[in-house]
Design a protein around this ligand. Structure first.
Ligand SMILES: *Cc1c(COP(=O)(O)O)cnc(C)c1O
Length: 402
């Protein structure tokens, strides 16, 4: 069945109300087409998207190389199970390994699944020595499946779903002594985001990951980095940990990995990975040729268009806009937190009204943790688009502070 040309947003909303489970709060807009940082709704209105695909559309909407790679692959082979070898999966594993820490890859379809794999691998690795405990950070976010949800140390997400998975312990983020205190000879691993994303774009002190690495080495604990949001060039490096050289034992990545196609990966050092034997873990669709081709095309685009450097420049352009605004608006902006294209603007007021007002002006942004405006712009966003988006947002903030 083809989407019909005359479907209206109103009709689509009515259809959702009747047939789609209401577990999401949705904006009353039906999106139909996108190109770069522009996106259009069913009525033909154009929006500037500074939060494309919740961080998944790293290269903006419908990036040409990704579209081309998927089109080509879909006519060759759509899916084969992991009982066979397939060229794109091997190529992608090598590409990711060479751009990170020489590990081996397990592919899946989402961030939560990648973290499930990491938690299972950490326990399998520690099992014989009785190391099963996983330590995670308060305010972190690791996904909605049970172990990933348990790892997510935010009570609001656990409420109503207890009992949680046993064997997890929580400590404050960016607090080395607190971690040192809970590590013991039953600890298998620490799981932490290099920057807390959903938690409000919190960037830890520069030596945080290095200190965690030292602690882990001293206590025989694995360091697992959740780079589902920070990974794949989001912060101006391939992975967030590369800003400060603390090499993890296990790393997870998803969101931007395949330029908008569903995909997740766990990368593990060969020693740790070697405990996973056939039959211990699997994903039916994981590493399918379409997702792998999309991810390879994403890497190719980043490298051929110099987008690692561009990501840093984009962040600095946003910073100059928002730092200027912070001085102008006195108490409204508490802090501006930026690394590459991961951008948080911490307000002293609730941010949901700001998001709604920007939507009216056809600017798409996000708010997290009530008072933090979050932008995850595409690496292909132009200077003109940055300036236009910032000017709309500045105007909305000025009115809110007046
Ligand atoms: C989004 C996110 C997840 C969950 O990813 P899904 O693909 O929604 O399962 C996990 N960890 C972090 C850091 C994330 O930002």
């Amino acid at each position: 069945m083809k989407p019909s040309a005359e479907t209206s947003t109103e009709a689509t909303i009515a259809q959702f109300d009747r047939y789609v489970i209401g577990n999401y709060r949705r904006y009353p807009v039906c999106l139909v087409r996108g190109e770069g940082s522009w996106i259009w709704d069913a009525e033909g209105n154009r929006y500037l998207d500074l939060f494309p695909g919740w961080g998944c559309n790293l290269l903006g909407h419908c990036p040409p190389r990704v579209v081309e790679a998927v089109r080509d692959q879909v006519g060759r082979l759509i899916h084969v199970p992991n009982t066979w070898y397939m060229e794109p999966q091997g190529q992608l594993a090598q590409a990711l390994s060479e751009r990170s820490f020489g590990g081996q890859c397990f592919f899946c379809n989402s961030g939560a699944e990648a973290n499930e794999a990491a938690i299972k691998l950490a326990r399998a690795f520690g099992h014989e020595r009785g190391r099963t405990k996983i330590v995670t950070m308060q305010g972190g976010f690791h996904g909605r499946t049970y172990a990933a949800l348990t790892a997510t140390a935010q009570p609001k997400y656990h409420e109503g779903f207890e009992p949680m998975v046993p064997g997890f312990e929580y400590v404050p983020f960016n607090d080395i002594p607190a971690v040192a205190e809970v590590l013991d000879d039953r600890t298998a691993a620490i799981l932490v985001e290099p920057i807390q994303g959903e938690g409000g774009v919190h960037i830890p002190s520069p030596d945080y990951l290095i200190e965690l690495r030292r602690l882990c080495d001293r206590r025989g604990v694995l360091l697992m980095l959740d780079e589902v949001q920070t990974g794949m060039a989001r912060t101006g490096r391939w992975f967030g940990y590369q800003h400060r050289g603390a090499i993890p034992d296990i790393l997870t990545c998803a969101k931007a990995l395949a330029g908008g196609i569903a995909m997740g990966v766990m990368i593990a050092s060969p020693t740790v990975a070697s405990v996973l034997k056939p039959g211990m873990h699997a994903s039916t669709f994981g590493g399918n040729p379409i997702a792998c081709r999309a991810a390879l095309a994403t890497i190719e685009t980043i490298e051929e268009e110099g987008l690692l450097e561009r990501g840093t420049a984009i962040g600095e352009r946003f910073r100059s806009h928002f730092e200027g605004l912070r001085h102008e608006l006195g108490g409204l902006i508490r802090e501006v937190r930026i690394l590459g294209t991961m951008i948080g603007i911490d307000l002293t007021i609730d941010a949901s009204g700001i998001v709604a007002e920007c939507l009216k002006r056809r600017l798409l942004i996000n708010a997290t943790h009530g008072h933090v405006i979050r932008l995850l712009p595409a690496l292909t966003v132009t200077d003109e688009q940055i300036d236009e988006g910032c000017s709309i947002l500045a105007d909305v903030l000025r009115r809110a502070s007046a």
